[in-house]
Write a protein of this length. Structure first.
Lengths: 341, 289
């Protein structure tokens, strides 16, 4: 064998060895950072992860997924509506597998960015988008609101119940409409009052104003107020505590915030929806389209736990379960603001 | 009877809603009368609201929170005074910078303290103020009115803003008067902020002032930079807000007035008041110089 071939063989061996080494390295790195780890970006709305309500539920679902499913989770809070689109785009650009937008305000941004990054999967809560790579997570808030409206009417001694909404948008009107219908179902003559904190995103973060609205409603005779105002809800709870009346929480189970004051919460299982979406994506079962969460699949419900069980007598609970069954069976038609006109 | 009840609830709502505005506009009064433009009231209020909520929560005492707001306000005021008086920075730009700084700093601190983005845990009902800040707002306005027109140092403040040369001629340092005035401005505005977090609400939540610092500034201008008229302007704004709250959901016949129209009421009152009724509102001559 000529010397040169030997050299080249030797060189070849070395090169082969090198390439095996690099391959091994790449495989090692990929097992740690790519192969198993799903990268999930969560874009929260203005209320932020500590609103104890809507965004808190989304954050809870995502962090549970982080713990159970060992995903790589990054979350951001949109302090400004104009920032939302950029936040989604930067997640998409960094090759995140799944980007989840929380809240109606993100609809346009998700729609736009999802079209630009067809390979990235998106999910949006409270917004309906028709695209193959977007899953829309929609909740039947009017059904849950009907239920707590009925409970409010059964609890009220003054025959007057109120609603304090955050920003005046169709979604919150949907809450109000279901709530009023539920109260009227129990007592057609009941007085209902509806108020909104504001007409801009600032309304989700103005507890002082929400408290004044609640105090005004209590002064007019209401004794149960349903709060659907994100982080402003605490203002309504403060007012109820002050005046020894009842408040109803919203989105998350808020009963624990002020035991004895919060009659129940209209639970919107955003946490479950977010968790399941992440899980299915990890298992490769992500599908686009609309997922609806209603009373039927426990996507919305009223909450009963150790903080409020003394406030709701057994008789009332039975009645509520009965109403729930009737709504699921279609015997009660709950008016839907989205389908109005 | 029902009518009386409505009147009383309206009256008390007005007084409650006016409290943060009154403190903040008195803060604006101190600074602007001494010749320093103050658009940083919003930032001072946020700082006060935050400091009050953190200390009030940690020690279960609204009064300690009130004291913490004093210190935070003093620090913020002095910070603003240093840039505008010592370094002669542009007052509008520095004011806005202070607002932005506070807005960014608070979420940073809450992340460390409570691992939350910009909100603090709530105070218990019995630890919160019941009515005290309302009373203190009245006392502050009365004291400032007396002080401004009846004492020597009150006149120093007026001259620092109107005719600083005269003050120099009489041997008083304009710089010191302005330093004191701007620092106190921070304290008053911070109290306005903390009356939001310890009295009207029960904790700090992000951006909870919602533009009240600027409304206080409008009230000050409306009141022609004098404490008593500015106080009345605050009451008017608060009254418009309280009425707005009660008008929501009202019907004329079968037509529900859109909530948007009712919610612009306080702002319409502000514009009409500023543009129409007060005549010429004259700023202190040396303001911003």
């Amino acid at each position: 064998m000529p010397k040169s071939t030997q050299v080249s063989l030797l060189l070849g061996d070395q090169m082969m060895f090198k390439s095996i080494l690099t391959n091994l390295l790449i495989m090692l790195i990929s097992t740690f950072s790519f192969a198993n780890t799903l990268k999930v970006g969560l874009v929260l709305d203005k209320g932020g992860k500590d609103d104890k309500s809507f965004n808190a539920a989304a954050y809870l679902g995502a962090t549970k997924a982080q713990k159970d499913l060992k995903i790589d989770l990054k979350y951001v809070e949109a302090t400004d509506t104009n920032a939302i689109e950029n936040l989604h785009r930067s997640f998409a650009r960094k090759n995140f597998d799944l980007v989840i937008g929380i809240g109606f305000a993100q609809k346009d941004a998700v729609q736009k960015v999802a079209a630009q990054f067809p390979k990235v999967k998106f999910a949006i809560v409270d917004g309906e988008i028709n695209a193959a790579n977007v899953r829309s997570l929609l909740f039947e808030e009017h059904e849950g609101s009907f239920l707590v409206g009925a409970l409010a009417a059964m609890t009220s001694k003054t025959n007057s119940v109120g609603f304090v909404g955050g920003m005046d948008i169709p979604l919150i009107r949907r809450f109000a409409m279901g709530y009023v219908a539920g109260a009227k179902y129990i007592n057609p003559k009941i007085t209902t009052t509806e108020n909104y904190v504001g007409v801009t995103g600032e309304a989700w973060n103005n507890p002082a104003k929400a408290k004044e609205l609640a105090l005004a409603q209590f002064a007019k005779g209401a004794d149960v107020i349903y709060a659907g105002a994100g982080a402003s809800n605490t203002g309504v709870f403060d007012a109820a505590e002050d005046k020894k009346k009842f408040a109803i929480g919203c989105d998350s189970n808020q009963n624990w915030i002020k035991p004895g004051v919060i009659l129940t919460s209209m639970l919107k299982a955003v946490d479950v929806a977010v968790y399941d979406t992440i899980k299915e994506t990890q298992e490769g079962k992500f599908t686009g389209g609309v997922s609806r969460f209603g009373l039927k699949n426990k996507g919305v419900d009223y909450t009963l736990d150790q903080y409020n069980e003394k406030l709701i007598p057994a008789e009332t609970r039975k009645k509520l379960e009965d109403i729930k069954a009737k709504i699921i069976a279609g015997q009660i038609q709950v008016p839907d603001y989205y389908k109005k006109k | 009877m029902e009518f009386m009840l409505l009147v009383f609830s309206l009256l008390f709502a007005t007084l409650r809603l006016a409290t943060p505005l009154i403190f903040a506009s008195m803060g604006g009064f101190m600074s602007e009368r001494s010749g320093v433009v103050n658009v940083a009231l919003e930032g001072f209020m946020l700082a006060g609201a935050f400091a009050g909520a953190v200390v009030g929560y940690s020690f279960d005492s609204a009064w300690l929170g009130w004291g913490a707001a004093l210190i935070a306000g003093l620090a913020m005021g002095a910070f603003y005074a240093f840039f505008t008086i010592e370094l002669k920075a542009d007052q509008i730009i520095t004011g806005m910078a202070v607002n932005l700084l506070v807005m960014g700093l608070i979420p940073f601190i809450t992340k460390i303290l409570y691992s939350s983005t910009g909100s603090t845990p709530a105070l218990l009902l019995e630890d919160r103020f019941r009515f005290e800040p309302m009373l203190m707002a009245f006392i502050l306005v009365t004291a400032l009115t007396y002080w401004l027109y009846k004492t020597r140092s009150g006149l120093w403040l007026l001259f620092a803003g109107e005719h600083p040369e005269a003050l120099v001629a009489s041997g008083v340092s304009v710089r010191k008067v302005r330093w004191a005035a701007v620092s106190l401005s921070g304290v008053f505005a911070a109290w306005g902020g903390t009356s939001l977090s310890l009295f009207l609400a029960s904790s700090y939540s992000p951006m909870m002032t919602g533009g009240r610092g600027f409304m206080a500034l409008a009230a000050l201008i409306f009141g022609k930079w004098r404490p008593l008229p500015a106080f009345l302007a605050c009451l008017l704004f608060a009254f418009a807000d309280a009425v707005q709250i009660r008008l929501q959901g009202m019907h004329i016949g079968n037509f529900e007035i859109p909530v948007q129209f009712i919610q612009i009421l306080p702002y319409v009152v502000t514009i009409i008041a500023l543009a129409g009724f007060i005549g010429k509102s004259r700023a202190p001559k040396a303001l911003g110089k």
